[in-house]
Ligand binder design. Structure first.
Ligand code: MTE
Ligand code: MO
Length: 208
C-alpha cells in the first residue's frame, strides 16, 4: 500500500514525502520512500539493497571477499524475526530507587512480532539471566495491530548493587519466542537475541 501520512501528519521529506510504499510484515528496508513508479516484472529488482545488503549471510561468510560468494546465493530479507528491546533503564545507567519502593525497578521497551505472525502476545522480563521471568504489561493490550510494534512496561525486583543485568523476551501470536542469542551474520542484520540492559548500578535514594 502507499502512504501519504504518518501519525495523522503529511509525510516529511526524510520519511518519503510525497508518497511512500508501506509493506506491512516486511522489513522496513522494502518500504520505499519518494515513490515515483512501480514496475511489475518476472525477475527480482537489481537494486543494491535488494541484491547486496539486507541479507542474512551464513556464518562462514566472515569477510567482504567471502561475502561476495554468498550475496547471490542468499534470499533478500522479507519478514523480520520476533524481537524485543529494553529502552529503560539503558545499559550503563545508574538507577536510583525511591526509598519507599526499594528493590522495584521500572523497565520499559518495545517489541515486534515475526513477519505476519503478530501481534506480540507476551513480553517477559528477567533479572536472573532467564531463570525466572516476570510478565510485562503490553501498553495497548488487545488493541495492538497485527504488524504493529508493541510498547511494554514491567516492574521487577532488583536488589541494590553493581553490574546488574535485565533481559527481555517476546512471544508473538504465531508462537515464535525470542531466543537467548541469534547466530552471528556478516552484516549483523535481523539480530533478535534477548533484549538487554547490562552494567546497571542500582542505588537506594534518601528516605522522604
Ligand atoms: N528510496 C529509498 N527508500 C528507502 C531507503 C532508501 O535508501 N531509499 N531505505 C530503506 C531502509 S533500509 C529503511 S530502514 C527505511 C527507513 O525508513 P524511515 O527513515 O522512515 O524510518 O526506509 C527504507 N526506504
Ligand atoms: Mo535500514
Amino acid at each position: 500500500m502507499s502512504a501519504l501520512d504518518m501519525n495523522d501528519q503529511p509525510l516529511t521529506p526524510s520519511h518519503g514525502f510525497p508518497v511512500r510504499l508501506l509493506a506491512p510484515g516486511i522489513a522496513g528496508a522494502r518500504s520505499v520512500k519518494w515513490l515515483d513508479r512501480i514496475t511489475v516484472q518476472l525477475t527480482e529488482s537489481p537494486n543494491y539493497y535488494q541484491q547486496l545488503d539486507y541479507k542474512i549471510l551464513p556464518p562462514q561468510a566472515t569477510s567482504r571477499e567471502l561475502a561476495k560468494i554468498y550475496w547471490p546465493l542468499c534470499p533478500a530479507i522479507r519478514g523480520l524475526p520476533v524481537n524485543s528491546v529494553i529502552c529503560v533503564p539503558a545499559t550503563g545507567e545508574t538507577v536510583v530507587l525511591p526509598y519507599e519502593k526499594k528493590n522495584m525497578v521500572e523497565v520499559k521497551g518495545y517489541a515486534l512480532p515475526a513477519a505476519d505472525e503478530g501481534p506480540v502476545t507476551k513480553v517477559e522480563v528477567s533479572t536472573d539471566d532467564g531463570r525466572t521471568w516476570t510478565l510485562a504489561t503490553l501498553d495497548r493490550g488487545e488493541k495492538t495491530g497485527k504488524w504493529a510494534w508493541t510498547l511494554w512496561h514491567a516492574e521487577v525486583t532488583l536488589a541494590p548493587g553493581e553490574a546488574k543485568r535485565i533481559v527481555s523476551r517476546a512471544t508473538d501470536r504465531g508462537g515464535n519466542v525470542q531466543p537467548e542469542k541469534a547466530e552471528w551474520n556478516f552484516r549483523g542484520v535481523a539480530y533478535n537475541g534477548w533484549g538487554e540492559a547490562r552494567d546497571l548500578k542500582v542505588v537506594v535514594g534518601a528516605r522522604k
